[in-house]
Design a protein around this ligand. Sequence first.
Ligand code: SF4
Length: 724
Amino acid sequence: MANILDKVIEEQKFSRRTFLKAATAVTAAAGLEVTGTKAAHAEDFTLPNYKEVDSVCSLCNGGCGLKVMIGPDGKIARVYGDPDNPYNKGGICPKPMEMAQAIYSEHRVLYPMKKVNGKFERISWDEAIDIIAEKLKYYLDNYGNSSIIAFTSKVGQAGCKEAMKTFQQLTGIATFGTTPVCYATEKKILTSMFGQGCATNPMADVVNSKILLMVGNNNAATKPGQFHWIQEARRRGMKLIVVDVRYTDTAKNADEFYMINPGTDGALGMAMLNVVIKENIYDKDFVNNYVLGFEALAEAVKDFTPKKAAEITGIPEEAIVRLAREFARYKGAGMFYPGRGVVMTNNSSGTLLAFYSLMAILGNVGKPGAGILSHLASSYGSVKNIVPQEEVVKPERKWKHYEIYEGMEKGQIKMVLTAGNPCVTWPDSIRMRKALDGVEFHVSHTIFMDDTAELADIVLPAAHWFEVSGPQKGVNWALMWREAAHAPLGEAKSGQEFYYLLAQKMGFNMSYFVKTPEEHWARMVEKNSKVAGITIERMKKEKAVHYPCKSLSEKPKLKPLYTDLKFKTPSGKIEIQQLDKNRLKTEIAYYQDPLESPGNSKDRAKDYPLMFSTAKVAAHYHSQCQYSAWAREIETPYLEIHPATAAKYGVKDGDKVVVETPYGKITLAAKLTELISEKVVSTQPYFGLKSPYKQEPANTLFPADHDINGSFLQKNIQCRIYKA
Ligand code: SF4
């Protein structure tokens, strides 16, 4: 099939005069309004005292190009989508604008502080680094490297991640990023099945597709700056099917929407497999040549009939059969795009295995418009062996994500470095708060004084990504250069600088560390052949350069992975049967009720008859945007309840309602809506007790001891509700 992506990009090149129209259309698709922007923007471009800086949004992995207008006072006055960026084409969502407002708020941490008798006192960076280095040495010498852990998050940029990894290799301490609270299961299964832990296709490639199935994915709200690709694909005739427990902004754009019973998506996948195998309508040549484990798959799904799936999912049997046949009709041109509503559940492994297997046996791999979409972008590699192997310090214990709570509680973990806000973003928030409060020494490198920073012994001011230059990738697998809008406020420093200073104080070999983002990228270009042709100058000039790109003269095009049908798996094929390191057969597509649901916890079902979940909204990202007054006006915390469910519990719109799971309870204002399943109640996942919202985090309701292929459970858990 011809790849029409280049043609679409060319056709859609927007002029500055028209890009705001597009931005407004995108945000309108997400149910938001941008008013007055056009007039203000036109003015900014002509004002003599305003400066324009090219930036890239570093929030949701969308990778939207930005234009940042610096006002006469040196602060960010406006943020717009970059009309010349080939992938967001001037469209953005409210989040970067909100962040530009939040970084000047009173919640910003501007200088290092030390806690003395429960109160923070200002100290210098020198003093802070002296104290931290001394503590590090003390715990390393006396308790070993398993006594120290570090969290990072989206606060850390590319240079920070590299510096943190180098630091980790020189000390052997354990580090945790956003993997267990976002995508570990997805990455693990993609890796074992296809060989690379990322999407098989860039997002813009959806314009080549004929049919797209989105499950538990409200992309119109979570990545509004890139959602126009799905809308464009629809305009070109692609059929969009959305399956969710809520009628979302994405569902409003769909050709077909199915409200599914919570946590039962895997049953739909199993039944679709059953139909295409039973009716012999899969791609036999592709399966014979490139797929390993088909017989086991056929056996696993043979009794999973559409009738059985209909009973579990609530989706009519006929619809399941028709969907399966339609995907088979468009074999070689179909796509699957799961969202966090699938990935963060505790039956996600079986569900992802089922849908990924469906894509594989329909030959939806290695072709334009066919494959699996994800915010996990293809990797551009890294500089290998910065620390020579003989100097790499082995961790004395490999802490698993779910073990660190107990490790802190039992005093085995004595020192914690946080960058990010695990007290809000990790599950069992109260337990995390108590555990962090109990460790002997806690350093928080933070932009805002959040729930986690409040507990620290030392608080360090972190630079925001608006204030740090650096490379940024996105869902379209291009590298873009983000120019710092201005110097970090106050005494804020980037994560890269923090680890540089700490390494220097620790007496480490400083040839392993680089100080600036420019030095970080120069070393990357020199030592990582995948990006040898992507210099800073080139990124600035061309806006977005695809990788791999091995020379300055190379002009790589956007294309799916696996077009050569070579898979970096042990067999060289797509391994739909998961094999362990001894090549023993382990998992194949399966369905099980969500572990914390009435189906699997029958003894608790009468006490917890509903399911609780969280749903992302366009105005928030992780816990950062809650420090923006604009974001707070757009979104207040609520509990979405179907009116029929509310009536059962005597709840009226606006009533304070307690939502309680076997692990905790929080109170929220009821928001009655017909747009949600009667079996589910849902809230936004972002808010903290110490934030201006003063809201107990939704993660209070989830346990910390679940391990789903490296992920926690953070969606779908049985609950009950009652009026507060
Ligand atoms: S869609 Fe994502 S990358 Fe684009 S502006 Fe919004 S938060 Fe930033």
